[in-house]
Ligand binder design. Structure first.
Ligand code: TMP
Length: 208
């Protein structure tokens, strides 16, 4: 089974992945958690180019191709082999981030992104996608607070530094996808972490 986690900045994806990982452990289920960009050593280099607040201007198509390069390498060398070995793979962001960020927010054509996504994933689609639905103002506030105390988050703040309207567009894009694509499971991520945890575990029990 292949599960992806999606959401705007500060939605709480890291906590959600920890919750899923711990729950699967209690069920004795082997799981691999990974992320995009940066799920491989090769991808880590792409991640720092893509997310560093100090990177020079990256035109939208350059940005798209770098995310797709990271994805193809990651799917080919990590995700598919793990699925073949019977692991549940849980990935922090995947194809829907590209649709939301490079498609809706940067304005690149959605049909082109969908076609390129399919090439990059070699046809692999998630079985389930947990969408952590957070109000963009609350999410940004959380992300910016985290950047104040965490030097990695501070360095990787290129997207966080976009205007509020960019984040509001992302939020609308995710909601639209969640309404129209059946693999999406929406979690209200404005809630405290305990409530989010209960909701995630409830859904996990239903899909396992
Ligand atoms: P994160 O690890 O904090 O989620 O950071 C990844 C950033 O990269 C986040 O701002 C979303 C962005 N992103 C895209 O713009 N397109 C993509 O395809 C992916 C995977 C991430």
């Amino acid at each position: 089974m292949f599960i992806t986690i999606e959401g705007c900045e500060g939605a709480g994806k890291t906590s959600a992945i920890q919750i899923i990982q711990e729950f699967l452990k209690t069920q004795n289920i082997s799981c691999l958690t990974t992320r995009e960009p940066g799920g491989t050593t090769f991808g880590t280099t792409l991640r720092s180019l893509l997310l560093s607040k100090n990177t020079e201007y990256i035109p939208p198509y350059t940005e798209l191709f770098l995310y797709l390069a990271d994805r193809h390498h990651h799917v080919h060398t990590v995700i598919k082999p793990a699925l073949q070995q019977g692991y549940i793979v849980v990935c922090d962001r995947f194809i829907d981030s590209t649709i939301a960020y490079q498609g809706y927010a940067r304005g690149l054509p959605l049909d082109t992104i969908e076609q390129l996504n399919m090439i990059a994933t070699e046809g692999l689609l998630p079985d389930y996608t947990f969408f952590l639905d957070v109000d963009p103002c609350i999410g940004l506030e959380r992300a910016r607070r985290r950047s104040l105390i965490d030097s990695v988050s501070q360095e990787e703040s290129r997207f966080e530094n976009e205007e509020l309207v960019f984040h509001q567009t992302l939020s609308r894009a995710y909601k639209l996808m969640a309404e129209n694509v059946s693999r999406f499971i929406t979690i209200d991520a404005n809630n405290p972490v305990d409530v989010v945890k209960q909701e995630i575990i409830y859904h996990l029990q239903n899909i396992l």
